[in-house]
Design a protein around this ligand. Structure first.
Ligand code: GLU
Length: 408
C-alpha cells in the first residue's frame, strides 16, 4: 500500500528540484512540526467502555495558525494524518489564506456509533487536544465523515474547558446560526468547479463534456450539481458501496432524490450499476476523484481515458500514476488547488468570527470565485514558467510563499 506521507514528500522534492528551491528550508518542510496521538475512552450506550485512537498533526505555521480538518474513518492512521497536514500547508499557501497546515482524525467508523456516542467521542477528542488548539494556534474543520454538528459540539467543549471568548473561531465549518459561514457547505465543491472552468479554457474540453465523479459526499455533491446545472454531462457517480453510469448523462437532481429515498445509488432507473474501479476507467473527458487517497495507481493509470483529472479528494494519485499521466499527456489539477475552496471559506468564517461580522452568501461565493481563480492563474504562471505539470507549479508557488515566511 502506498504511504501517502511518502507520496507527499516525493511531490515536494520533485517540484523543489525543478525550481532549485532552498535545500535547508525544503528539508524542514519534509517533516511536520509535531504530531500527537491520544486515547479517548468512551462509555458506549451498552455500558461497556471502548477506547478510540485520535490524532492531530501540525505541519507548519510559518504563514499562520495550523489549519485543516479532522476525519473520522476506520482506516485513519498517523501517516495519513501527517500527509494530510502536509498537503494543508501547501493548499493554504496556494489559495493564499494566512494559515499553516494541520490535520486530525479518529480511528472509527462513525456509522456504527449512536448520536450520543458520536457526541461523547467528539468532545473526548477536544478534552485530549485543547491544549494545542486555539483561534491563533490551530483551527480544525470538517473532513471525511465529520459535520457542522460535530464542530458545534467541539466548540462547546472547548469553551467549557478554556472559557475562551474567541472559542467560535477555534473550529470552522460550523452550522450557519452557530457561527458558521454561509457558503461554507458548498465551498469545496463549488471551488472545484470554478477551478475546473478555468482548466476548461486551457484544454480542448467542449461544452457538454462527459464527467465522471467518484464519491457522493459533501464535495462531490456540490461539484456534480454545479456541473450538471451548467450543462456538462455527469455520466457516473459513486459512493463507498459502488456507482452508477449512464453515458448519456445522469439527471443529478433525480439521483439525489433516489439516494435520499433508497439510502444508496444502486439501481437508479436508466443507469447501470458499476464498481468504483470500473467507474474510474470509463470513457469520459474529465475524471473527478472526490473520495479517498490512492485511488489512481500504477495498476489503473494506463486505463484512464479522461484527458483532465480534477483532484477533489486529497491525495488520490500516487507518484507512479502521476508519471504515467504526464507521459500520456493527461492534465492533473492537483488537490492543493482543486479542493482549496473549502479552507478558503473556512478562512472567511474564521475572519467573521474574529471580527464579529456576518457576510451574506453572495458575498462569500463571489469572493471565493475570485480568490480561487486567482490561485489558478498563479499556479498556471508557475507551471508555464518552469514548463512543468500543474502539480509542480502549485508546489513551487506554495513552497515559495511558505519559505518567504520561514526563519531562518
Ligand atoms: N478538510 C478540508 C480540506 O481538506 C477543509 C479544511 C479546513 O477548512 O480547514 O481542505
Amino acid at each position: 500500500m502506498t504511504n501517502p506521507f511518502e507520496t507527499a514528500v516525493k511531490q515536494l522534492e520533485e517540484a523543489a528540484g525543478i525550481a532549485k528551491l532552498d535545500k535547508n528550508k525544503i528539508e524542514q518542510l519534509k517533516s511536520p512540526d509535531r504530531y500527537v496521538e491520544v486515547s479517548i475512552p468512551i462509555i458506549m450506550d451498552s455500558g461497556e467502555q471502548k477506547i478510540f485512537k485520535g490524532f492531530r498533526s501540525q505541519h507548519n505555521n510559518a504563514r499562520g495558525a495550523y489549519k485543516g480538518g479532522i476525519r473520522y474513518h476506520q482506516d485513519v492512521n498517523l501517516d495519513e494524518v501527517r500527509a494530510l497536514s502536509f498537503w494543508m500547508s501547501f493548499k493554504n499557501a496556494v489559495i493564499n489564506v494566512p494559515f499553516g497546515g494541520g490535520k486530525g482524525g479518529i480511528i472509527v467508523n462513525p456509522k456504527e456509533l449512536s448520536i450520543s456516542e458520536l457526541e461523547k467521542l467528539s468532545r473526548g477528542w477536544v478534552q485530549k487536544m485543547y491544549r494545542i488548539l486555539g483561534p491563533e494556534v490551530d483551527v480544525p474543520a470538517p473532513d471525511v465523515n465529520t459535520t457542522g454538528q460535530i464542530m458545534d459540539w467541539m466548540v462547546d467543549e472547548y469553551k467549557k474547558i478554556t472559557g475562551d471568548e474567541k472559542s467560535l473561531a477555534v473550529f470552522t465549518g460550523k452550522p450557519v446560526g452557530k457561527g458558521g459561514s454561509l457558503g461554507r457547505e458548498e465551498a469545496t465543491g463549488f471551488g472545484g468547479f470554478y477551478v475546473f472552468e478555468e482548466a476548461v479554457k486551457h484544454h480542448q474540453i467542449q461544452p457538454g463534456a462527459k464527467i465522471v465523479v467518484q464519491g457522493f459526499g459533501n464535495v462531490s455533491t456540490f461539484f456534480a450539481k454545479m456541473a450538471f446545472e451548467k450543462g456538462y454531462k455527469v455520466v457516473a457517480l459513486s459512493d463507498s458501496k459502488g456507482g452508477i453510469v449512464n453515458m448519456d448523462g445522469l439527471d443529478f437532481n433525480k439521483v439525489l432524490e433516489h439516494k435520499k429515498a433508497s439510502g444508496g445509488l444502486k439501481d437508479f432507473s436508466g443507469s447501470k450499476n458499476i464498481t468504483n474501479e470500473e467507474l474510474l476507467e470509463l470513457e469520459a473527458d474529465v475524471l473527478a476523484p472526490a473520495a479517498l487517497e490512492n485511488v489512481l495507481t500504477e495498476s489503473n493509470a494506463n486505463k484512464i481515458k479522461a484527458c483532465l483529472i480534477v483532484e477533489l479528494a486529497n491525495g488520490p494519485t500516487t507518484k507512479e500514476a502521476d508519471k504515467i499521466f504526464e507521459e500520456k499527456n493527461i492534465s492533473v489539477i492537483p488537490d492543493i488547488l482543486a479542493n482549496s475552496g473549502g479552507v478558503c471559506v473556512s478562512y472567511y468564517e474564521w475572519y467573521q468570527n474574529m471580527n464579529n461580522e456576518i457576510w451574506n452568501k453572495e458575498q462569500v461565493l463571489e469572493k471565493l470565485e475570485k480568490q480561487i481563480k486567482l490561485a489558478f492563474a498563479d499556479v498556471l504562471a508557475a507551471k508555464e514558467k518552469y514548463k512543468t505539470t500543474y502539480r509542480n507549479g502549485a508546489y513551487i508557488l506554495a513552497a515559495t510563499r511558505i519559505m518567504e515566511k520561514m526563519t531562518p
